[in-house]
Design a binder for this molecule. Structure first.
Ligand code: UDP
Ligand code: MG
Length: 335
């Protein structure tokens, strides 16, 4: 698909506030946390893709969300903005995590469509023209799907696969496998996401939950361009828990059934013991069965309480109604 073909299909849109015709705007939403080393390469690659697409009908915004970086990321971005007025920077007051940073970016975005994209070039900007094409053809969501996970370690791809299976078995909201945050979303979708009141935001799940006319483009995921991933196994485990507790109540409800099953078994076993005592006389050495049942039940109860704790924690966070992120400053590109 060529840039020319794309430009032809786009038309100017009527601006809601001024009533004037203006260009269709697409925003790239780029959360960054200690990425001073990756910004330059990202801008170089991305400009190579989006610059030829720019026209009287179509414009781009590069909306960076600085998620409390402690290195020179913000300075790097401010310097880049001086040379490129399409860059906007939302500077958060501290590190809130990628999900919150993404939320901040989507909230700040006033474009006609938004594309969340990682700065490390693991989400290849070459896919953007295809996404725009699908969008022009009527899709409100265009998800980019990894054709394979060959650049991930075996452990990461296996555990990711397991997460999707467990999540989708437990939840009505089906999250497509091998799909990240990299996708195009129409204004209509962005408005719905903006109005979602929940504080603990598992974006992949929320994206899937909103629905809309969705199409898919495939890509090959590259290795990280520079720096290293800040997602430790512990963070990923917590993200997985977040996903499941956000979109399924089954872990909470299952304990009623587990308890019932154990009660039935205990009742039958009790009957057996009573029968034996009646017909064969009292049988004092019952230490093993006693110990086993106490330990087993204790374990089951603790698991149940732990699961309750997971959900209670979520409820607590929602009730507090704290904002998902705090913006320190927004740096607008000067026109
Ligand atoms: N990121 C962020 N806040 C965080 C952690 C990561 O904004 O607390 C950003 C990071 O700068 C990058 C994107 O999220 O642009 C994806 O992060 P990373 O590449 O570390 O994740 P992975 O590719 O390993 O899933
Ligand atoms: Mg990455």
């Amino acid at each position: 698909m060529t840039a020319i073909a794309l430009q032809k299909k786009l038309e100017n849109v009527v601006d809601k506030s001024s009533g004037l015709l203006r260009r269709t705007m697409v925003a790239l939403i780029i959360p960054v946390f200690n990425e001073s080393g990756s910004v330059a390469a990202f801008l170089r690659e991305t400009r190579g893709i989006i610059d030829p697409l720019e026209s009287d009908q179509l414009g781009f915004t590069l909306l960076f969300v600085n998620d409390g970086s402690t290195d020179a990321t913000l300075e790097t971005l401010i310097a880049a903005q001086k040379a490129d007025s399409r860059i906007r920077i939302v500077d958060l007051s501290r590190n809130f995590g990628k999900e919150a940073a993404l939320t901040a970016g989507l909230d700040a975005c006033d474009a006609d469509a938004a594309i969340p994209i990682d700065v490390d070039l693991q989400d290849p900007p070459e896919v953007i023209p295809q996404m725009l094409e699908h969008w022009q053809n009527g899709s409100e969501v265009v998800i980019a799907k990894r054709a394979d996970r060959s650049t991930d370690t075996l452990v990461k791809s296996k555990t990711a696969g397991l997460f999707y299976r467990v999540h989708n078995a437990l939840s009505h909201t089906q999250i497509p496998e091998n799909v990240g945050d990299f996708r195009l979303m129409d204004r209509a979708v962005l408005d719905v996401l903006k109005d979602m009141p929940e504080r603990r935001r598992f974006m992949k799940g929320l994206f899937a939950w909103v629905g809309f006319e969705t199409s898919v483009v495939e890509y090959k995921r590259a290795a990280r361009s520079g720096g290293r991933s800040t997602f430790t196994p512990w963070k990923l485990w917590n993200l997985a828990l977040e996903g499941i507790t956000s979109f399924s109540n089954i872990p909470l409800e299952i304990w009623g059934y587990v308890g019932s099953a154990i009660s039935v078994l205990a009742f039958l076993y009790g009957g057996l013991l009573a029968g034996r005592a009646i017909f064969f006389g009292a049988d004092v050495p019952g230490y093993t069965s006693l110990m086993v049942s106490i330990l087993f039940l204790g374990g089951v109860q603790l698991i149940g309480i732990g699961v309750l704790g997971q959900y209670l924690g979520r409820v607590y966070d929602e009730v507090k109604q704290r904002p998902v992120y705090v913006v320190r400053k927004i740096y607008e590109g000067e026109e």
